[in-house]
Design a protein around this ligand. Sequence first.
Ligand SMILES: NC(=O)c1ccc[n+]([C@@H]2O[C@H](COP(=O)([O-])OP(=O)(O)OC[C@H]3O[C@@H](n4cnc5c(N)ncnc54)[C@H](O)[C@@H]3O)[C@@H](O)[C@H]2O)c1
Ligand SMILES: O=P(O)(O)OC[C@H](O)CO
Length: 325
Amino acid sequence: MRIGVIGGGAWGTALAQVAARDDAPVLLWAREPDVVESINGAHENRAFLPGVPLSASIRATGTLADLAGLDALLVVAPAQHVRTVLSEIAVGTTPLVLCAKGIEAGTRLLVGEVARSVAPHAPIAVLSGPTFAHEVAAGKPTAVTLACEDEALRTRLVERLGAPAFRPYASADVTGAEIGGAVKNVLAIACGVVEGAGLGLNARAALIARGFAEMTRFGLARGAQADTLTGLSGLGDLVLTCSSTNSRNFSLGVGLGQGRSAAELLADRKTVAEGAFTAPVLREAAAEAGVDMPVVAAVNALLEGAPVADVIEALLSRPLKAEAV
Ligand SMILES: NC(=O)c1ccc[n+]([C@@H]2O[C@H](COP(=O)([O-])OP(=O)(O)OC[C@H]3O[C@@H](n4cnc5c(N)ncnc54)[C@H](O)[C@@H]3O)[C@@H](O)[C@H]2O)c1
Ligand SMILES: O=P(O)(O)OC[C@H](O)CO
């Protein structure tokens, strides 16, 4: 299976490295000419994954059309740009493996739904889970959910991408795999705020648990299976992203919790904190589905400039209620 990767950020590069196991050729499209040059010339992505020696079998291109005709494409552009990049390539019936985590602004579509609308004849799969790119690229043990409704394709992808230190767990629940990754980014911002505001570890654990209840309510309303939400792409990724400043979303939250503004924190940013883009559209999608998501609402308030103390007080003064989802 000849693999192409759309997106030369940290995650696209790390996944190219996974796919290049045993010197298998991998073609990666990057938007930035310096990334193409750095990968082809120095076997390193100095801009987005510095310090990681890449396989010589990874070749980069700045021309999306070069990826046409490969056997599967890993789509690793940020969620808000997936529609544009897929519109610029003749996908046809080539399987698409969606690896971005988010919901498209305006349409409220999950990335897989965006892909279906742009490339209606392409089989869809989703790869998602607790995966810091630099750890995957360094060969540290990692497990992900690989979701695809087509059992034969799912098996081929698991076999092609799987390795002792990169373990894809198969699932047929594409929607569930996507919702975990999209929602956890917003909840990670909230956990970062707890850290930045010095609210303590009890508060962070409570936020992870109550945030997971929000993810579950929203996921079930959108057709996800409960098992997927408690798996790697849901709870697994929530725990990872809510625990470490290696997460861009958690770090953004730390800054907000320290009283800095979202505008200041997001200005001139080269890397993506998807939660900042997903938060407003998730709030809309939750309202549309009739799902209560108070932590998501709080993150939106902070991104819109509400004072940290006010937002925390509003959350803490909600009426006490039963714990059940
Ligand atoms: N980095 C990780 O550890 C990690 C892990 C799992 C999933 N992801 C997800 O992968 C996706 C990509 O993130 P990343 O970490 O690889 O990116 P990154 O933050 O390392 O780099 C930013 C990327 O955005 C691209 N970009 C910026 N503007 C663009 C535009 N107008 N059109 C197309 N592309 C544009 C850049 O070319 C670059 O590839 C995100 O959805 C992210 O949530 C990241
Ligand atoms: O750095 P973050 O917050 O985008 O998280 C990266 C991955 O999604 C973790 O699984």
